[in-house]
Design a protein around this ligand. Structure first.
Ligand code: SAH
Ligand code: SF4
Ligand code: F3S
Length: 493
């Protein structure tokens, strides 16, 4: 399992992520039956892509449970198979198509079984999906999940059904997600949807629509509810959390963030984070993703002020070269990014920083690639998701620029980035040996039942002896050993 912030990872020997940050095809099942009347049908859901997609699958599970469906982890037993898809790179889409062929076997076993495609690929391809993949009966975009019960009914009559309408308002605010395959300790909370940034390489603004922030009160209530149910960590999710802003006063909603500072009724990200942090001192708060152009010192000061806001920032740089950043339409340059890193190091000195990097964007020269490596040397990322540029249909880059870096060159540059990152994460892990961290226990090691794993505030996974600890508890762990992916430690009594 993978992904940026990209929590819930299998916790052992996580190698630095090489080519793909998206998580792959996890099967999710309902944690427990919720007492609703069953309609006798079972659904199976598999999710790909970023954490937001995984959070969406939990919203979908909630909508289906309310409609009477039970869940199953065996797709051959399902009456309804859903696959929540990602379009971010070509290989993410290929993986889904391959998987669909496999899942299609259900139709031979169960007459009347229905297959639905959700998420970003559904939104990108729309009706075309039905033509290209004959096995598919339902295509539902990210803002159409409330319509799923009726789309399913339609499909059960043998008709193909499609809803790919994007919304300016939908945030599924009041839908209480059903936690799927949860460790009972950490959970995601979507705080916003969509993205207005239009980075030249990125398909997300097209697949997720306009940016909108969810009602702050519903976010805090969801976090409080999780805490009551024993959860001890929440990750606030958005494509660009720093542009979160919510106001009950509709007139203020369209205004820019700068104005929000002066208007008490507008809740910005720093304030939201604080509201969640104040629920309980032993509820950890994480967030993702921060955008270098929008991450304010305000956010950093709030992080520094609260012990339970984790000292970890995912700040995707994409490239270390200002010309490439300009072409990417990231709206910051190398110097601005360096200045943001300096602000983190001053205001939250113990913070770990991670990033996303794209190798071989259109027209990137060897020198410009070197700029990415030199920036990596300066920052020393604790974690990085590194990709070769993949042209996405319909994006600004696909329309304006030639995808002119040969695959071989992209791969070689990516490998150089990966190698350098591996060296840095090894160095950083070595520097942690001997230090003691507060670790939130997340689960039992898959490799050794006598061991547990958890994370420190900096999001590093630490494996240690079980003793009398259990998931959901905090432990003081002294690091004794490491690999480039994982720390190993001893519990301090
Ligand atoms: N909202 C986040 C990124 C979401 S997509 C942000 O702005 O940082 C996750 C990562 O996928 C991006 O940061 C980028 O590094 C990578 N990515 C997006 N589109 C890509 C493409 N066309 N080719 C290769 N990598 C891409
Ligand atoms: Fe894509 Fe840029 Fe939005 Fe991130 S900020 S989702 S990279 S358009
Ligand atoms: Fe993929 Fe869509 Fe997330 S394209 S990365 S699932 S927003």
């Amino acid at each position: 399992m993978e992904n940026t912030l990209y929590n819930n990872e299998v916790a052992f020997e996580i190698e630095p992520k090489v080519v793909d940050e998206t998580r792959q095809g996890e099967t999710l099942t309902l944690e427990k039956k919720n007492g609703l009347r069953s309609n006798g049908k079972k659904f199976y859901i598999e999710s790909y892509g970023c954490q937001m997609n995984f959070a969406d699958s939990e919203v979908v599970a909630s909508i289906l449970a309310n409609a009477g469906f039970d869940s199953t982890s065996e797709f051959l037993e399902a009456d309804l198979i859903l696959i929540n898809t990602c379009s971010i790179r070509d290989n993410a889409e290929q993986r889904v198509r391959y998987r669909l062929q496999h899942l299609g076997a259900v139709k031979k076993k169960k007459r009347g079984a229905v297959i639905g495609v959700l998420g970003c690929m559904a939104e990108r391809l729309k009706e075309k999906f039905l033509e290209e993949e004959k096995l598919v009966d339902i295509v539902a975009g990210p803002d159409a999940y409330r319509a799923l019960p009726s789309l399913i009914e339609e499909a059960e009559t043998g008709q193909k059904s499609v809803n790919v309408l994007l919304s300016r308002e939908e945030t599924y605010a009041e839908i209480s997600p059903v936690r799927l395959n949860s460790n009972g300790v950490s959970a995601f909370i979507s705080i916003m949807r969509g993205c207005d940034n239009m980075c030249a390489f990125c398909v997300v603004p097209f697949t997720r629509g306009r940016e909108r922030s969810r009602d702050a009160e519903s976010i805090v209530n969801e976090a409080r509810e999780l805490y009551k149910n024993g959860y001890r960590e929440v990750t606030l999710l958005g494509q660009n959390v720093d542009s979160y802003r919510f106001s009950k006063d509709e007139k203020l909603v369209g205004k820019k963030l700068v104005d929000a500072k002066y208007d008490e009724s507008v809740i910005n990200f720093a304030r939201l984070m604080e509201m969640v942090a104040q629920i309980a001192t032993d509820l950890r708060v994480r967030f993702s993703t921060s955008h270098p152009k929008d991450m304010t010192d305000d956010v950093l000061h709030t992080m520094a002020k609260y012990h339970n806001i984790c000292k970890y920032i995912h700040l995707p740089v994409q490239s270390g070269n200002s010309r490439i950043l300009g072409m990417m339409n990231r709206t910051y340059n190398r110097e601005w990014y360096q200045q943001r890193i300096a602000a983190i190091k001053t205001i939250v000195p113990e913070a770990a920083i991670s990033t996303d990097i794209i190798a071989g964007f259109c027209s990137e020269t060897e020198e410009e690639h070197q700029d990415t490596l030199s920036l990596m040397e300066e920052v020393k990322y604790s974690m990085a998701y590194m990709f070769a540029y993949s042209e996405r249909p319909g994006t600004v880059a696909a329309k304006k620029f030639a995808d002119d870096i040969p695959e071989e060159t992209k791969k070689r540059r990516l490998q150089e980035i990966v190698d350098l990152h591996r060296k840095h994460s090894w160095e950083l892990n070595l520097a942690d040996v001997g230090k003691t961290f507060e670790v939130l226990v997340e689960g039992v090691s898959l490799r050794n039942e006598a061991e547990l794993y958890g994370r420190n505030s900096q999001n590093k996974v630490i494996v240690f002896q079980k003793k009398n600890l259990a998931p959901g508890m905090y432990a003081s762990v002294k690091v004794t050993d490491c690999t480039s992916g994982t720390l190993r430690g001893e519990v301090i009594e």
